[in-house]
Write a protein that binds this ligand. Structure first.
Ligand SMILES: [Zn+2]
Length: 89
């Protein structure tokens, strides 16, 4: 167990998760939304499109897509973990 700062809201908490207990249900909801979307749809070619299609922020998408489950999706998208967002049209 470590003392951590929540990746969603910035609250400090003690857990092995990357988000605090308050944000965990939101994370799980968005993760299942993302998985559902990717099951039913072609993967968009940009993370911005994925964000607007799912309603999940680019910041959270970057975090989710860093998980091993999504490695094939992340490899198709231009993932920038530091999320300095440059929308290229
Ligand atoms: Zn939180």
């Amino acid at each position: 167990m470590e003392f951590k700062k929540c990746k969603r809201c910035g609250a400090f908490f003690v857990s092995n998760n990357s988000v605090c207990p308050n944000c965990e249900p939101k994370d799980n909801l968005e993760l299942s939304k993302l998985k559902g979307f990717l099951t039913e749809n072609e993967c968009p070619n940009s993370i911005e499109t994925l964000a607007s299609s799912t309603g999940i922020s680019v910041k959270n998408l970057n975090r989710f897509l860093a998980q091993e489950d999504f490695s094939s999706v992340a490899s198709k998208l231009d993932i920038n973990p530091n999320s300095n967002i440059n929308i290229q049209l």
